[in-house]
Design a binder for this molecule. Structure first.
Ligand code: ZN
Length: 377
C-alpha cells in the first residue's frame, strides 16, 4: 500500500513538472516559431517597376525594427526588464533563423534611459544590446543602428557628449549613405533636424545636402556643378530611414492592423516631439526624393503617402511587448527599380497570457485529480 502511494506521489510530481516544462517551453520559445513562420519575404510586383532604371543586380533583403527601449536601472521592475529582453531576444533570433536577412536596421530608441544614464550604464546598454541582438547572428548579416530621443534626448536636452557616446558605442554617425547593389539607404539622426543652426544640425544639414547633390548628379551628370567623380554607380530613388515620423497632424488616418487605438489616434502631434517639423519634412523630401520612408517613435504602425513626391512612409511599431500588445518587424526586398515591404506578426502579449491561464488551470485540474486518486488508494 505504502509503495503504491509513493509511486502515485512520484507520478503526480513528475507529471506536474513535465506539464509546467511543456507550457514554459511553448510560451517562451516555440510560440515565436509557430507565429513568425507564417511570414516570408514579400515578392516584387512587376507592375510597380520604376521606368527608366536599368537593374541587373539581385535584390537586397532587409529587416527593420524600432523602439526596443531596453530598460535601465531607474524605470521598470527587474522582472519586467528580464521578460521584455527575453521576448525581444527570442523574436529577433527566430526572425534571423527563419528569414536570414542581409541587413538589419534598428530605427532608434534602442534604450529607455540612454538620454540620462551614466557613462558606465550606457556602456552596459551597448553590451546588452549586442548580446541580445548580435551574438549568434551570422557575421554576414550587417546591423545598422539609428539614434532616437531616448538614446540621446530630445533636441533641447541633447549635448555633444550624449551624441558622441552614442555614435561611438553603436557606430552610428548622424547621417549615413549606404549603397547596396544599386539601392541607396539614407540614415538620418532626426534630432539633428531642428533647423535652429546648432552645430549638430548644421553638420547634418551639410551632409544631407552633399548626399542630395550626389544623387542629383548620379541621376543626371550633365547638370551644372556635377563632375564624373561626383557620381554613384547607379541612380535609384533612395530609402530614407529615421527615428521620428515625417510631419503629420496625428495618426487619425492610419488604418494599419497595428495602428494606435482610437483614443491615441485622435491626439494631435506636436512638431519636433511626436514628428518632424513641417519645414524639416519638406526639406528632406525635396532633397532626398525617397521612394520609401521608414520611421518609428510613435510605437504604433502607420502607412501613408508622402506629402511631397511619389512615395510612401511606413512607421514601424515598437518591437517591445512593453509598448505594444502586437509588436512586429518589417521585411523589405529592394531592387534599384522596385521594392516590396511587409510587416511580420509576432506572438501577441494577450494570447500568451491567456495560454498561461489556460495551461495553469489544466495543470491544476490534473494535479487535483491525481491527488484525489492517491487518497483513494
Ligand atoms: Zn522616440
Amino acid at each position: 500500500m505504502v509503495c503504491l502511494r509513493n509511486k502515485l506521489r512520484f507520478k503526480i510530481i513528475s507529471q506536474t513538472l513535465l506539464g509546467v516544462f511543456i507550457f514554459l517551453f511553448y510560451c517562451e520559445y516555440l510560440v515565436f516559431y509557430v507565429v513568425q513562420m507564417h511570414c516570408s519575404w514579400p515578392k516584387l510586383d512587376p507592375i510597380k517597376k520604376e521606368p527608366f532604371i536599368d537593374n541587373t543586380e539581385d535584390p537586397v533583403k532587409i529587416m527593420v525594427l524600432a523602439d526596443t527601449h531596453l530598460l535601465g536601472s531607474k524605470n521598470g521592475h527587474w522582472f519586467d526588464k528580464l521578460r521584455r529582453e527575453w521576448q525581444m531576444h527570442r523574436a529577433f533570433q527566430t526572425a534571423i533563423t527563419l528569414h536570414a536577412p542581409e541587413i538589419v536596421f534598428f530605427l532608434g530608441d534602442l534604450t529607455d534611459e540612454g538620454s540620462f544614464c551614466s557613462d558606465e550604464e550606457f556602456n552596459y546598454y551597448v553590451n546588452r544590446f549586442y548580446s541580445l541582438f548580435s551574438t549568434r547572428v551570422p557575421e554576414t548579416i550587417r546591423i545598422y543602428v539609428l539614434v532616437g530621443n531616448h538614446d540621446i534626448g530630445f533636441h533641447y536636452a541633447v549635448n555633444p557628449h550624449l551624441t558622441q557616446r552614442f555614435v561611438d558605442g553603436f557606430n552610428s554617425p548622424s547621417v549615413q549613405l549606404l549603397t547596396v547593389r544599386g539601392n541607396h539607404f539614407v540614415l538620418i539622426n532626426s534630432i539633428a533636424l531642428e533647423g535652429d543652426g546648432c552645430s549638430l544640425c548644421k553638420s547634418a544639414e551639410r551632409q544631407i545636402a552633399e548626399i542630395s547633390q550626389l544623387l542629383r548628379c548620379t541621376r543626371n551628370s550633365s547638370l551644372s556643378n556635377c563632375d564624373q567623380k561626383m557620381k554613384l554607380a547607379t541612380y535609384s530613388r533612395p530609402i530614407l530611414m529615421q527615428h521620428y515620423p515625417l510631419y503629420r497632424e496625428s495618426d487619425i488616418e492610419c488604418d494599419d492592423f497595428d495602428a494606435a487605438p482610437w483614443s491615441i489616434k485622435q491626439e494631435r502631434f506636436r512638431e519636433r516631439w511626436e514628428c518632424l517639423s513641417r519645414d524639416a519634412t519638406y526639406e528632406l523630401l525635396t532633397q532626398i526624393k525617397p521612394r520609401l520612408v521608414l520611421s518609428g517613435h510613435t510605437h504604433h504602425g502607420c502607412t501613408r503617402n508622402l506629402s511631397v513626391g511619389k512615395g510612401v512612409e511606413i512607421t514601424m511599431p515598437s518591437f517591445s511587448w512593453r509598448n505594444k500588445n502586437n509588436p512586429n518587424y518589417g521585411l523589405g526586398v529592394f531592387a534599384a527599380d522596385n521594392y516590396a515591404f511587409l510587416k511580420c506578426d509576432m506572438p501577441r502579449e494577450d494570447s500568451v497570457i491567456n495560454l498561461y491561464i489556460l495551461g495553469g488551470t489544466l495543470l491544476l485540474i490534473w494535479f487535483t485529480y491525481l491527488l484525489y486518486q492517491s487518497f483513494r488508494v
